[in-house]
Design a protein around this ligand. Structure first.
Ligand SMILES: [Zn+2]
Ligand SMILES: [Zn+2]
Length: 122
């Protein structure tokens, strides 16, 4: 665990948890989009969502537009999952370009909660 910087763990886990929440929210499949962590500096990481479909399916844009709701759903999903540190239901993604390394459920959950806004009821 501690061989990875905390912010890498956080952003990578957060990205995976958002992907896991996709089918629950904007009805996209996690197979439509992938998530990649890019190292931009000594301790500077950026997470990128990108469409897998040729020319783009619009899923990445949809994620960007509904990030607070997605983060909310992802936090719910992670909290209600019975695993201790992350499983294929809430964290592990089969298409991860980083081989599912540097992931931790609890750290990603912190970011999900920070980004989440409760559903606005009308
Ligand atoms: Zn789980
Ligand atoms: Zn990954």
């Amino acid at each position: 665990l501690w061989e990875y910087p905390a912010n890498l763990l956080a952003i990578h886990s957060f990205g995976h948890q958002i992907l896991a929440a996709l089918p629950l929210t904007i009805l996209a499949s996690a197979n439509d989009v992938n998530f990649l962590v890019e190292k931009r500096g000594a301790n500077d990481y950026a997470g990128l969502f990108y469409d897998l479909a040729e020319g783009g399916s619009g899923t990445s844009e949809a994620i960007f537009r509904s990030l607070p709701q997605l983060a909310h759903a992802a936090a719910e999903l992670a909290r209600s999952c019975s695993c201790s540190s992350g499983c294929p239901k809430c964290l592990i993604q089969s298409g991860c370009p980083d081989g599912n390394k540097a992931l931790l459920k609890q750290v990603g959950l912190l970011l999900c909660e920070a980004f989440s806004t409760p559903q606005i009821s009308k």
